[in-house]
Design a protein around this ligand. Structure first.
Ligand code: GRF
Length: 213
């Protein structure tokens, strides 16, 4: 069983998808702890309801990023965490933390990276007029929203979409993508070579996805 630590800052719907996946029989990972940098993060409730140790480590209680990240790191170690999943964690991590957890630290971003990194993703997709968007699960590197891509899922952008309707469609894909990526990692099937990942034995559809079709 791969021991996973999940870092959150808010709603925690991706956390919930990981909790539910880990609760299915034969799933090769377990969530050892959840850490939020915000005391009022709704996601903490999902962790507590599932009897997963849930901690608040507020960045405001530390003089600088180094001290904050060292507290995160100690808590993850205390729980024997082997893989860290960022799930709506809204703090930029320094290269110290990112290097320490290299290829053991993953993030989910609500676009098809490298398109539309950063915040306000769905607004940017709509402003640009992209016809497909989606989500990306990737290993974290020091540069924000960069790093070897593990898995992506695509959804169409529809006429009349608002940032909210598009976010909801992408979020449905996220809730499938993150558990799928976690399973691949926990099964030891994800290898990073020259900053690309290779997922052994994974099937990919070979059909083009059109929008409009
Ligand atoms: C998700 O859209 C995720 O892709 C992004 O932050 C959002 C977190 O949502 N990194 P939730 O807290 O998991 O509901």
């Amino acid at each position: 069983m791969l021991k996973v630590g999940v870092l959150i800052s808010g709603r925690g719907s991706n956390l919930l998808s990981l909790i539910e996946a880990c609760a299915t029989s034969g799933f090769p990972a377990q969530i050892a702890c959840v850490i939020s940098n915000k005391a009022d993060a709704a996601g903490l409730g999902h962790a507590r309801a599932a009897q997963i140790p849930a901690h608040v480590i507020s960045h405001r209680d530390y003089p600088d990023r180094a001290a904050f990240e060292s507290a995160l790191d100690s808590k993850l170690d205390e729980h024997g965490v082997q893989l860290v999943c960022l799930a709506g964690f809204m703090r930029i991590l320094t290269s110290w933390f990112v290097d320490r957890w290299r290829d053991r630290l993953v993030n989910i971003h609500p676009s098809l990276l490298p398109a539309f990194p950063g915040l306000h993703t769905h607004e940017a997709v709509l402003a640009y007029g992209a016809k497909l968007t989606g989500c990306t699960v990737h290993f974290v590197r020091a540069e924000m929203d960069h790093g070897p891509i593990i898995l992506q899922a695509a959804v169409p952008v529809l006429d009349g979409d608002t940032p909210d309707t598009l976010a909801a469609r992408v979020l449905q894909a996220e809730h499938l993508a993150y558990p799928a990526a976690l399973r691949f990692i926990a099964e030891g099937r994800v290898n990073v070579y020259e900053e690309k990942t290779f997922v052994t034995g994974a099937a990919a559809g070979d059909k083009a996805l059109f929008n409009p079709s």
